[in-house]
Each structure stands twice: as C-alpha cells, then as structure tokens.
Design a protein around this ligand. Structure first.
Ligand code: FES
Length: 106
C-alpha cells in the first residue's frame, strides 16, 4: 500500500467534486468511491458488500452515510459500518490533503 495522488490540490478537488455526490475512482485494479462531505474527503470501496451495486451511483445523507441505490443499506463514510449491521463493513481508506495534493492510502 502507498499514498496515491488523486488531485493536485484540495482546491482542485473542491472544484471537481460536488458535496455529497460520490464518484468512482479507479486506482490500478481497485475501483473506489470518493465522496466529499462537509469539507472532508472519504474513500471507500465502490462495490456494496451486500450485492455489489456501485456505491458511486448512491447518495449521501445528512449523517455522513453513503446509501446504496439498490436496497438502500447505509454505510458510515468514516468506519464503513452498515447502520444496522445487515452486511459486512465497507472497505475504507485513509485520505490526506496537503499543499501537494489530495492523496489516498491504498
Ligand atoms: S446491493 Fe447494496 S444494499 Fe443491496
């Protein structure tokens, strides 16, 4: 695992991403989901642990949970935990932003 640059700066990320609108990010063979929520960035796996729907097609609620569009399970963006424990946790990845860019550790 290593730090991978996703954007050249946080400003670039802020411009490219809409608050609460997840997007798909491909890094090597991994398909991840990047979400901007309350001026923070979160990276999770993009496949729902329930039945593999793409979470980048989902939405984010006021509590910082990403909602799968297929059966509406809700996963905490920070911990990956499904709110009612109905399925496995979603993979989460550490994100950092500094003057050199926005990075994910994966
Ligand atoms: S596939 Fe995501 S909740 Fe069922």
């Amino acid at each position: 695992m290593k730090w991978i640059k996703i954007f050249n700066s946080k400003n670039e990320a802020d411009t490219a991403l809409t608050e609460g609108k997840p997007v798909k990010v491909r890094i090597g063979s991994k398909e991840l989901c990047l979400t901007r929520f309350k001026d923070e960035y979160f990276v999770t796996g993009n496949n729902c642990p329930h039945q593999m729907e793409k979470l980048s097609k989902g939405t984010v609620n006021y509590a910082g949970e990403i909602i799968c569009p297929l059966h509406f399970y809700r996963f905490d963006l920070k911990t990956g935990r499904e709110c009612q424990g109905r399925t496995e946790d979603l993979a989460t990845y550490t994100v950092k932003a500094n003057e050199e860019g926005l990075f994910v550790f994966c």
